[in-house]
Design a protein around this ligand. Structure first.
Ligand code: RIB
Ligand code: CA
Length: 313
């Protein structure tokens, strides 16, 4: 049994998405069967182009890319360019994009990949969940082909776009509600851990000296506007780290509901006292992380990116 994990990766690059993708594209234990874009940090045209910039940069244009939803299911689309810049990936002059997107949309491409997979697959989402909600609505017969959703999003300890809501869930709470009610096993990697695993600014500066991949990432991460007193949160990187190093994370099984309307729209509420869920569970929620292990692991990935990019692995 090989230890390579086939995944579908749905993203809204976005700088932390870009860092996560740089690891996932080049790590020998991850096999990206499909990359899909969604509107989120910036428009879907830009998030799609940013996926193509990265597959071109890492000489991985064989990885198929499909463009996804340009807006949430019901809410109007509001981006996060104030954090990720106008392009979504500012600061580095990427090579001319050579790859093209698939001639089908993200949801159709996901359905095609899932139906051809010999085993149920992991879907990782690091943007809003619009594409995966559409997949659930349009292809319910394929739910059995999804092993788990590993989601960056949500929070049991306060929000980052309101006092209670995290950006990915806030952007499309209706999609998140569909996903959390889908019955597909969920790993929720929320702000409870991503705001703990901050990369110190010194660490980000030092990355510049680790080959061309490090130089590119340092420029992006320096331009990244999401910053805390102790450093910068690489939210989306945690989904890939969880796949490869689950032991870094402490998780608890809860029933999680999504609030879709009103002042608390986008909040994820866990029934921690078993008040209404009658013992049912729909998510494994990450509640703690080994911060030093995360930082050490992150730094170890950059030489691997360079080796992959140079064709050495
Ligand atoms: O709340 C953080 C999430 O919102 C991350 O996925 C970031 O890229 C933005 O999409
Ligand atoms: Ca993201």
């Amino acid at each position: 049994m090989n230890n390579i994990t086939p995944i579908i990766l749905d993203m809204d690059p976005g700088i932390d998405d870009a860092v996560a993708l740089s690891i996932a594209l080049t790590h020998p234990a991850i096999d990206i069967k499909l990359l899909t874009s969604v509107a989120g940090n910036v428009s879907v045209d830009k998030t799609t182009n940013n996926l193509l910039k990265l597959t071109t940069f890492f000489n991985k244009t064989n990885v198929p890319v499909a463009s996804g939803a340009s807006a949430p299911l019901k809410k109007p689309f509001v981006d996060a360019s104030y954090i990720h810049g106008k392009s979504g990936m500012p600061g580095y002059d990427f090579p001319q994009v050579t790859a093209k997107t698939l001639p089908v949309d993200a949801t159709t491409a996901m359905a095609q990949v899932l139906s051809m997979s010999p085993e149920p697959m992991t879907i990782v989402a690091t943007g809003s969940y619009t594409n995966i909600a559409l997949l659930i609505q349009q292809h319910p017969e394929l739910l059995k082909q999804i092993k788990q959703f590993v989601l960056m999003g949500g929070s049991l300890s306060g929000g980052n776009v309101s006092s209670v809501a995290e950006f990915n869930v806030f952007t499309d709470p209706d999609a998140a509600d569909i996903v959390f009610k889908s019955g597909v096993p969920i790993v929720m990697i929320g702000l409870d851990v991503t705001l703990k695993a901050l990369l110190p600014l010194k660490t980000i500066d030092n990355v510049a000296h680790i080959g061309e991949s490090g130089s590119m990432l340092q420029k992006l991460m320096t331009a990244y506007g999401d910053s805390e007193p102790g450093g910068k949160p690489m939210h989306d990187v945690n989904t890939i780290c969880y796949l490869l190093k689950p032991e870094f994370y402490t998780t608890k099984d809860y029933w999680v509901d999504v609030i879709t309307n009103g002042p608390a729209a986008g909040a994820t509420i866990a029934d921690t006292q078993n008040r209404w869920s009658n013992g049912k569970v729909n998510a494994k929620v990450a509640v703690d992380i080994d911060v030093q292990a995360f930082e050490d692991w992150f730094l170890e990935q950059i030489p691997v990116m360079n080796q992959s990019r140079e064709g050495a692995i």
